[in-house]
Design a protein around this ligand. Structure first.
Ligand code: CPR
Length: 488
C-alpha cells in the first residue's frame, strides 16, 4: 500500500527537538543544591557552569566574555569585525583579572603626563610602569599625576624608587609586599631589570570576589574566539591571546572546511572546537581531523535563524547532539559537545546535556543581558535589547562574517534581527538557569553531568500532549484579559 512514507520518504527518520521530549523523573539520591554542574568545554579546558555565549555581534564582546567567565562559563568573541578589534577584545578579557599581567601597558619617561592619563582612562587602569625600551625606570601612579600639569614629562613626576619582585613570586608573597609598602602595583622584573609582568592589588582582590571563575593556568579568565577555518591569518593572530578557537561556519561538513581545518589545527596552539555540524556522518568526517578539541553542534535551531524556513534544511540541536554523541561513543572519542541553538530555558539546557552535550551555547538568552553589546530600547514601557542573526541582512552588511554562509546564500537572508526582553546582569540570568538546571538534574536522579548522560531517560510527547505540559485551563495574568488563550 502506498502511504506517506513512500519512495525516498521511506528513509525519513523522526528528528526530535526540545519541544518534542521530556526528561523522565528518576530515583534521586541528591538534593538539587548538591548537584555538581562543572564540565569540560574542550579537550583541555574546564568550566564551572556548562554555559557558553554565542559568537554574535549582539551577544559576545569583551564585557560579556569577562562577565560569563567570572561566573564560571565561557564567552566566544564574535568575528564580525576586523581582526585587530577581535584581538583587542581578547586582550581585554585576559587583562581583566590576572595573577600576573603579561601584556603590560606602559609609558616612556619622555611622554607627556596627558598622554599617560589618556592611556589610563582608555584601559581603565590607575597606574603605569615607566620603561626605557624594556627596562623598568619608574612607575606612574594616581598619586603622582594628581597634582602634575598635563604638559609635564612623565620622568618629572614618576616614582623612581620602584618596589619590584622577581619571577615565580607566589600570590601570598605578593600580597605581603603590597601590604607592607601600602602599594597597589608590583612590577615583575628579570635579572637585567627588564619588565616581565605586573601584579596588581585589584586583580588579586577580584580573584577572591569570583571564586567560581573559569581560569587558565595563569589565573587569567578563560577566553575563546570565533574564526573561519578558511582564515588562517585571523586564527594565528588570535592564537596567543585565547585558549580556544571555535570555528564559526553554518555548515562545517564541507570538504573545503574540513581540509582547511586540518591545516589550521597544526598551526595554532589553542584548542580548536569545530562546527557547526548536525549529523552522525558529519561527526565521522570531522573525527578524521587530527588534533581537534571539541564539537559545536546544531543546524537551524537558533531563535533568529530562518535557514530551515527558507532553505528547508536543518538538524535541530537536540537531534544533532544525540547524533554526534552517538558517533563519538562508537568511535571511542571522549571530546566534548557544545549544543548550540534554540535553548529557551533551563529545561532545554537539561535536555541538551542529557542527550550527550557537555555544555550549551546560547545567543538569545545572553543577548538579553546588560553585558551584551546590542543597544537597549524602551518599547511600550518595557526595555528590550537588540538581537540579530549573523546571517541577517544587517549583520552580513558588516561584511566580516559573511563567509559564515555559503556564497549563494549571501543573497538569501539566513537570519532575522529583532528585540529580546532586557533581563539585567549576566550573573542573575546565570543564577536562575543554574538553579533550574540543578532542579532538572535532581529530578533525573543525576548528581553531575556524566551521571546525567548515563541515567537520563527521554519520553516522547505527542503534539496534543505538548499542550498539557504547559499551563492550561487557567487565565494567566500576563495574557490579555480580553482574549483568553485557553478555552474552558
Ligand atoms: P539562540 O540561542 O538564539 O537560539 O541561537 C544562537 C545560535 O544561532 C548561535 O550560536 C549560532 O550558532 C546560530 N546563528 C547565529 N546567527 C544565525 C543565523 Cl543568521 N542563522 C542561523 N543560525 C544562526
Amino acid at each position: 500500500m502506498k502511504g506517506f512514507f513512500t519512495g525516498k520518504l521511506k528513509e525519513a527518520g523522526v528528528v526530535l527537538t526540545f519541544q518534542d521530549v521530556v526528561l523522565l523523573p528518576g530515583l534521586s539520591e541528591v538534593e538539587p543544591s548538591q548537584v555538581d554542574v562543572r564540565t569540560r568545554v574542550s579537550r583541555n579546558y574546564k568550566l564551572n557552569i556548562p554555559f557558553v555565549s554565542s559568537p554574535m555581534d549582539t551577544v559576545t564582546e569583551s564585557e560579556m566574555a569577562i562577565a560569563l567567565a567570572r561566573e564560571g562559563g565561557l564567552g566566544v568573541l564574535h568575528r564580525n569585525c576586523p581582526v585587530e578589534k577581535q584581538v583587542e577584545m581578547a586582550k581585554k578579557v585576559k587583562r581583566a583579572e590576572a595573577t600576573v599581567i603579561r601584556e603590560v601597558i606602559t609609558v616612556e619617561p619622555g611622554q607627556k603626563v596627558e598622554e599617560a592619563l589618556r592611556l589610563m582612562e582608555q584601559h581603565n587602569i590607575s597606574g603605569l610602569p615607566v620603561v626605557e625600551g624594556e627596562k623598568l625606570v619608574g612607575i606612574l601612579t594616581g598619586r603622582d599625576v594628581r597634582f602634575a600639569r598635563p604638559e609635564q614629562k612623565v620622568s618629572e613626576v614618576m616614582t623612581k624608587q620602584v618596589i619590584t619582585a622577581k619571577e615565580g613570586i607566589t600570590i601570598e608573597e605578593a600580597i605581603q609586599i603590597l601590604h607592607a609598602h601600602r602599594i597597589e602595583k608590583l612590577p615583575i622584573v628579570d635579572e637585567q631589570g627588564k619588565l616581565r609582568g605586573l601584579i596588581t592589588f585589584k586583580d588579586i582582590s577580584l580573584k577572591g570576589k569570583y571564586p567560581q571563575a573559569a581560569r587558565d593556568a595563569q589565573g587569567q579568565l578563560l577566553c575563546a574566539a570565533a574564526i573561519s577555518p578558511a582564515d588562517l591569518e585571523r586564527a594565528k593572530r588570535l592564537d596567543p591571546y585565547v585558549d580556544i578557537l571555535v570555528t564559526d561556519v553554518a555548515h562545517f561538513h564541507n570538504r573545503n572546511m574540513l581540509e582547511a581545518t586540518k591545516k589550521l589545527v597544526k598551526e595554532v596552539s589553542a584548542d580548536v572546537v569545530v562546527g557547526n555540524i548536525g549529523t552522525y556522518e558529519a561527526a565521522e568526517d570531522a573525527l578524521q581531523i587530527e588534533g581537534i578539541a571539541g564539537f559545536r553542534v546544531g543546524v537551524g535551531s537558533g531563535s533568529i535563524c530562518v535557514t530551515t524556513e527558507n532553505l528547508g534544511v536543518g538538524a535541530p540541536t537536540l537531534y544533532a547532539t544525540a547524533s554526534v554523541a552517538d558517533a563519538l561513543k562508537n568511535y571511542g572519542c571522549d571530546l566534548p559537545i557544545i549544543a548550540d541553538g534554540g535553548i529557551r530555558n533551563a529545561g532545554d539546557i537539561a535536555l541538551a546535556l542529557a542527550a550527550g552535550a557537555s555544555a550549551v551555547m546560547m545567543g538569545n538568552l545572553f543577548a538579553r543581558c546588560k553585558e551584551a553589546p546590542g543597544s537597549l530600547m524602551a518599547i511600550g514601557g518595557r526595555y528590550y535589547k537588540q538581537y540579530r542573526g549573523m546571517g541577517s541582512p544587517s549583520a552580513m552588511a558588516q561584511r566580516y562574517a559573511a563567509d559564515r554562509y555559503s556564497a549563494p546564500s549571501k543573497e538569501i537572508a539566513e537570519g532575522v534581527e529583532g528585540w529580546v526582553p532586557y533581563k539585567g546582569e549576566v550573573s542573575s540570568v546565570v543564577k536562575e538557569l543554574v538553579a533550574g538546571l540543578r532542579a532538572a538534574m535532581g529530578y533525573a536522579g543525576a548528581k553531575n553531568i556524566p551521571e546525567l548522560w548515563e541515567k537520563a531517560k527521554f519520553g516522547y510527547l505527542t503534539q496534543v500532549g505538548t499542550q498539557e505540559t504547559r499551563p492550561h485551563d487557567v487565565l494567566l495574568p500576563s495574557e490579555s484579559w480580553g482574549l483568553p488563550p485557553y478555552t474552558f
